[in-house]
Design a protein around this ligand. Sequence first.
Ligand code: KIV
Length: 264
Amino acid sequence: MNKKIKKILLKKNKSKIVSLTAYSKSIAKILDNHVDIVLVGDSMANVLYGHKNTHKITLENIIQHTLSVKMGIKKSLLVVDMPKGSYSNFKEALKNAKNVIKKTGCDAIKLENYQSNYKIIEALVKKKIPVMGHIGFTPQFKNKFNVEGRTKVEVNRLLNEAKSIEKAGAFSIILECLSPKSAKLITSKLNIPTIGIGSSSHCDGQILVTDDMLGISGFYPKFVKKFVKLDRIIEKAIKKYSRDVKLRKFPTIKNFLNGRKYRK
Ligand code: KIV
């Protein structure tokens, strides 16, 4: 088994798993020292490309961004989201997953759960492809944000879904927008780690979209904590640059390239 995955599994019931998304080398490099898992999420559709949902992200988009992220990563587990339509049947799923892994060198892929696609997970795992599951609000298949697991029936449905994914061989599972009650129950019943987003502190780990927690995405539902208002900091710097250029304060002689020296 991949050593990084083993490390994640060992954290269950011991220490929290820290995860964030990245779409580029520069962000991945900063995350790498502080998180266990970096996810190249199809949330890039909303965050980077301004789409209303994640549906139009292609395998090529995902591969391109993963190649960039991979350059910034040494320690953390690199998980890649398979885009909508890329795992509709086993043959497609296997071909596309192999392609992503071969081209990017990522450690694992993530599939959103839809009806009985845990059978696809099972088949991929049999072919030695590490898979992370994803239940609850799965944006590839659901349009509206809805907290799931508020009734007994729903809690049982989610628990069965999670158990099927574990049985299929997934090494971990994302719980997105689940009620605290259901997240707690699922986390206690599974042997694999649960990673929550909008699903309370009962999960074995947490994930957020990095641009949301940095305050630069413009998307801040209640479950997102802005750890910094980076938009304001960036704006301040841009304003200063603009003013300096106009006032001829930049570049100064310190920034002139004399001779052949390019770097400081
Ligand atoms: O695409 C993504 O960023 C995700 C996380 C929100 C879990 O799937």
